[in-house]
Design a protein around this ligand. Sequence first.
Ligand code: FAD
Ligand code: SF4
Length: 474
Amino acid sequence: MKKTIVKSKELTIENRIKSFDEVVFGYTEEEMLEEASRCIQCKNPTCICGCPVGIDIKKFIYQLTQKDYKSAYETIFQKNRFPSICGRVCPAEYQCRKSCVFTPKKSLYASENAINIPLLERFAGDYAKDNLTFEHNKKKTTDFNKYRVACIGSGPASLTVAGELSRYGIKVDVFEALHSLGGVLCYGIPTFRLPREILYYEINLLKKYSVEFYTGVIVGKSIFFKELQQNYDAIFIGTGAGAPVWLNIEAESCVNIYSANEYLTRVNLMHSYRFPQYHTPINVGNHIVVIGGGNTAMDAARVALRMQKINNIDGKVTVLYRRTEDEMPARKIEIEHAKEEGIEFKFLVQPVKFVGDENKKVKGIVCLKCELGEPDESARRRSIPIKGSEFLIETDLVIVAIGLKANKTLQDTVKELKINKWGDIEVNSETMETSIPKVYAGGDIVGGEGTIIEAMGMGKKAAKSILHKLNIKF
Ligand code: FAD
Ligand code: SF4
């Protein structure tokens, strides 16, 4: 008999849109067991090939069906130290779920039928958080605390390096420019997708393993890279891609045109939704337009909508994207949630200039209609603007969410560090070593897919290389 797909319960829409509470509840034990039992334990588990870090998905799901939750967690932990985080935010519909045997071959993304691997992973991670002591995390620590490694940035790439190395007793210091830890997990992804207690739990666990965190330290400004080179046996650079990409069109400097990074940082990190108790103000428009089709755009749109509701503004939020919904790189579940919450979408639209009022406040966007052409290098169909199809969208606040690039603060001060034309650090993709010996890099600062799991995977590779360089057997 065909088993039914188990969906997780979610916060009601009315309760979602005026709060930052987590939307997806995750499985209860009963729901988890039902979903895990749908896995047919394939002889050739294609799901594993879809996981960027190669978690033995078939095995951990089997262990879940046996209620052996500790082993299920340990199976995941061998490849991914943060299952509670990845179970919430991994774009599984383009990865493991897309490769699950229940997704028809050649699909662009996972079918609904595919086993809900991330929610099962989340269950195992949350179980471990609530029930395990984590003593298994510790490897033999013999004399390795004589070694010191510095990580620059505290995003998922650096946290992974810190976690992997501290298991061996190596002393790891993490330097973070912001006053809070976690990188995008803290300043970018809203709490309704990733509650901060999950992140802080993982960070506190690292502190238990003697990882030390120094916040408010910009390497390259507040301390110099050379100082780190003198004091550490190896350095890992995980500075991410924190600089916004702009459209570079007329009047983009108008008031009330934010980059998504600034908007999200003000709300997520600086708590401007609780202004004036918190001191960071934010403008909230009546018609907010978000430009872009990725996760950042979805987060910005959903945060903007909550800002309107919290401030009792009966407005609307519209997302503009130059291709169609099929080509949107954002997670499908985020697009669905955004739609359910009342966000409108306009597809096949390309902004060509902004229009400001006499005070240089944005009041409109002139756009061109587009059509789809042949696929480009990203395999998504190209968007081709249609000449003469200009039209105006009225708006009083715009959030530009078309991409992020490397922030070069550090690179500019370390001339020996080889970078490519985009400002990303060049590494040996096997070892993650940069052009400077004993200096490694990973995560968004070296380019790639720009996902959390990929950043963690690179962190894991770099940690292995560092262990190797220090002659530590693992
Ligand atoms: P980051 O997370 O970018 O962290 C880098 C850290 O380094 C930052 O805290 C920064 O302040 C610090 N830093 C920078 N320069 C210095 C310096 N000189 N000195 C000290 N510290 C420095 N991916 C997914 O898989 N799923 C999602 O749902 C998802 N949603 C996203 C939503 C948003 C809004 C954004 C922006 C990204 C999202 N991503 C998502 C992408 C994902 O978050 C990134 O790929 C990932 O965080 C990259 O990790 P990282 O460790 O390379 O760097
Ligand atoms: Fe289970 Fe799907 Fe993996 Fe097969 S491919 S083992 S059904 S998760």
